[in-house]
Design a binder for this molecule. Structure first.
Ligand SMILES: Cc1cc2nc3c(=O)[nH]c(=O)nc-3n(C[C@H](O)[C@H](O)[C@H](O)COP(=O)(O)OP(=O)(O)OC[C@H]3O[C@@H](n4cnc5c(N)ncnc54)[C@H](O)[C@@H]3O)c2cc1C
Length: 336
């Protein structure tokens, strides 16, 4: 994604990449939630043409349909669930004009995070809020400057956000120039392995403090210092519903993700971390009923549950499409 971003910058264009420039094609194929998605849509919403091979070896070359009719089911399946169905060799993508970005980063306390989330839920779509909660709380707001007047409006909103320390407001040229959403350096001298589970759900509104208290309790019992819960802000994607895709959670406002880490090659610690992740999921499911399959876990017992939460009533049709196009299950399974 960083390479794509660099290439496009030379042509004064941009693409809604995610929080890291390091991700590859999988970012686009699994939905692709960008800090700019609230106004620009998901990465899959930018696909105009898609080319590749189904799991059964047959070639396909599909163009974005104008309507969401029965005959477009293969397109719908490929936009968001392609990794289960075949190998994508080419995509034609829509790009956007390159616009400067305003970046706000700061360290927050628990109650400041609550207040920031509260404010962010009434922001315009050109601004999004992401945060990470582990050893400490770090937050990153990103806004796209549409015109000089708009810049003032964004800064005004960002200046209202509370913070503890290290507040930095910067103007950068593109997504690739943004700081990382991270808790700082891993101080452990042992290498860690991890699993990530992405959830999706609506605005928190009056449930804000209740949810954050649950998260605080979960963080306090995390089995490894590198375990954390973070979140990206979506919302405003419902206007893109007419593009029928496998990302069915168009009304989601937050994508909290659970990062479970353990020391490499420590089986018992891995088991403990996976249990903690399931506990997090269980406790947050009431407000985050959806799943974003940016990471898939066919090797874990919760694969069926993540598939059902990601695709809901669309899953049986998706399984039918897979049975036709990848009958030998060469691609990752859509059933556990
Ligand atoms: C640091 C970091 C930041 C991230 N930030 C975001 C974010 O802001 N928003 C977001 O939505 N996600 C984010 N993600 C999640 C990321 O988008 C997913 O993990 C994505 O699947 C990574 O794709 P990849 O190609 O880099 O990795 P890979 O592991 O190579 O691929 C991921 C999956 O896609 C499949 N795949 C890859 N290429 C193809 C292809 N051509 N055809 C068929 N299947 C293919 C692979 O088989 C695999 O199952 C982030 C991940 C990291 C590590």
């Amino acid at each position: 994604m960083a390479d794509l971003c660099d290439f496009l910058r030379r042509h004064k264009r941009s693409f809604p990449i995610g929080l890291s420039g390091k991700t590859g094609m999988g970012y686009i194929l699994t939905g692709g939630i960008s800090p700019l998605s609230r106004s620009n849509g998901l990465a899959i919403d930018q696909i105009i043409e898609i080319k590749g091979f189904w799991g059964n070896g047959k070639k396909f070359h599909l163009s974005r349909p104008n309507t969401s009719k029965e005959s477009n089911l293969e397109w719908k399946a490929l936009c968001g669930a392609a990794i289960f169905l075949g190998i994508i060799t080419k995509v034609k993508l829509k790009t956007q004009p390159l616009r400067p970005l305003i970046s706000w980063t700061a360290n927050l306390s628990f109650s400041q995070l609550s207040e920031c989330i509260n404010q962010a839920e009434s922001w315009p779509n050109s601004l999004s809020f992401q945060w990470i909660y582990g050893e400490n709380i770090f937050a990153h707001a990103i806004g796209e400057v549409k015109n000089p007047d708009h810049e003032g409006l964004l800064i005004n909103l960002l200046e209202r956000l509370p913070y503890t320390c290290n507040r930095i407001i910067n103007k950068v040229k593109d997504m690739n120039s943004l700081p990382n959403l991270s808790l700082g350096k891993n101080t452990s001298n042992k290498s860690n392995h991890c699993e990530v589970l992405g959830l999706l759900g609506p605005s928190w509104q009056e449930e804000n403090l209740k949810i954050l208290k649950i998260i605080k309790d979960l963080i306090e019992i995390r089995p490894n210092k590198n375990c954390y819960i973070a979140s990206q802000q979506l919302g405003g994607l419902t206007h893109l519903k007419d593009i029928d895709t496998s990302f069915i959670h168009r009304d989601a406002t937050w994508k909290p993700w659970i990062n479970g880490a353990w020391e490499a090659n420590e089986k018992a610690k891995k088991t403990k971390t996976l249990k903690w992740m399931e506990e997090c999921w269980y406790n947050l499911e009431f407000i985050c009923p959806g799943v974003h399959l940016a990471q898939i876990h066919p090797h874990l017992p919760w694969h069926q549950k993540e598939l059902s939460s990601a695709f809901r009533e669309w899953l049986p049709k998706l399984q039918e499409i897979k049975a036709i196009n990848d009958p030998r299950n060469l691609m990752p399974p859509l059933i556990s």
